[in-house]
Design a protein around this ligand. Structure first.
Ligand code: F6P
Length: 322
């Protein structure tokens, strides 16, 4: 392998730039040529490729987003899209790919690697933390801190007005962001896709707390097309019209911002690990960190869609929110 292509794909995540920098610098240090591929798999299909030197990645470790841009490609999963992407690799003399992204992106990486017997290494880049085989994904820690800052502010106004807030956070089908940010913010409850929530019980629990001693109540809700924060706020309002209820949907501000130290270090370590994997002749694996060790996890294991957070965290929140 002489030339390695890097791309970022799917939703951007803080720390992706630190990962691009790590792969580029470790790659060049180890004698590889590095090519940056713009706009994820779309750029691979349409040959948006540029040779990278160490200067291309100077000063980006502090920046959120991704300098390579990103996309959710509809064409790449099709046989024609994959074929075009492969032709770009041949034309650009790219012998291996490093793909930084979440579940969908690493599924694409696995399929591409299998279809063309092509070496692909994945890095876990998503705020959702929904990839098996790594304790944390690049972006998750920063997003958690962003949510915490926002909810701390919401708590100030919630306290002043003695209100109930339903705060909606991202996470797609996973409740990591909701459950853990609820613990970090001292929220009264979290509503996550992994657990069913009974609205009556929730309302009774909230009303007990408010009548007893609390001046405000914050419920963190995982995003959901049907049962998001608006849905729960509406239900609680109907059943308890005496409550002053507000909704705050944090949205895409959760994805931006300068990456935390943890995310930068995770990106640097897994980025160097990706080059090490290529040197060892590994293919079709994601580089993760488990129990402080760099691990190489086959794509088929890390893209399972049922990664669950530790159920003990539910008990932690329950016991602390009385
Ligand atoms: O996967 C990251 C994520 O931010 C999810 O939490 C969210 O559901 C989704 O992406 C939003 O995607 P988009 O920015 O394409 O609307």
């Amino acid at each position: 392998i002489k030339t390695i292509g890097i791309l970022t794909s799917g939703g951007d995540a803080p720390g992706m730039n630190a990962a691009i920098r790590a792969v580029t610098r470790a790659g060049i240090y180890n004698g590889f040529r590095i090519k940056g591929i713009y706009r994820g798999y779309e750029g691979l299909i349409h040959d948006e490729v540029q040779e990278f030197t160490t200067e291309n990645v100077s000063g980006i470790v502090t920046r959120g987003g991704t300098i390579l841009k990103t996309a959710r490609s509809k064409e790449f999963p099709t046989p024609e899209g994959m074929q075009k992407a492969y032709e770009t690799c041949v034309k650009e003399e790219i012998d291996a790919l490093v793909v930084i992204g979440g579940n969908g992106s690493l599924t694409g990486a696995r399929n591409f690697g299998m279809e063309f017997d092509f070496p692909v290494i994945g890095l876990p880049g998503t705020i959702d933390n929904d990839l098996y085989g790594t304790d944390s994904t690049i972006g998750y820690d920063t997003t958690m801190n962003t949510i915490m800052e926002c909810v701390d502010r919401i708590r100030d106004t919630a306290n002043s007005h003695e209100r109930i807030f339903f705060v909606e956070v991202m996470g797609r089908d996973a409740g990591f962001l909701a459950q853990n940010s609820a613990i970090a913010c001292g929220a009264e409850a979290a509503i996550v896709p992994e657990e069913s929530t009974d609205v009556d019980q929730l309302a009774q629990f909230m009303s007990r707390g408010i009548r007893k001693s609390k001046k405000s109540c914050i419920v963190i809700v995982s995003e959901s097309p049907k049962c998001g924060a608006l849905y729960y706020a509406d239900r609680v309002k109907k059943e308890f019209p005496e409550f002053d209820v507000r909704v705050s949907i944090l949205g895409h501000l959760q994805r931006g911002g300068t990456p935390s130290a943890r995310d930068r270090i995770l990106a640097a370590t897994t980025g160097v690990g990706a080059i090490e994997a290529i040197k060892q002749g590994q293919r079709n694996v994601m580089v993760g960190i488990r129990n402080n060790e760099v691990v190489y996890v086959p794509f088929s294991e890390c893209i399972r869609t049922d990664k669950r957070f530790d159920k003990r965290l539910i008990k932690v929140l329950d016991e602390l929110s009385i």
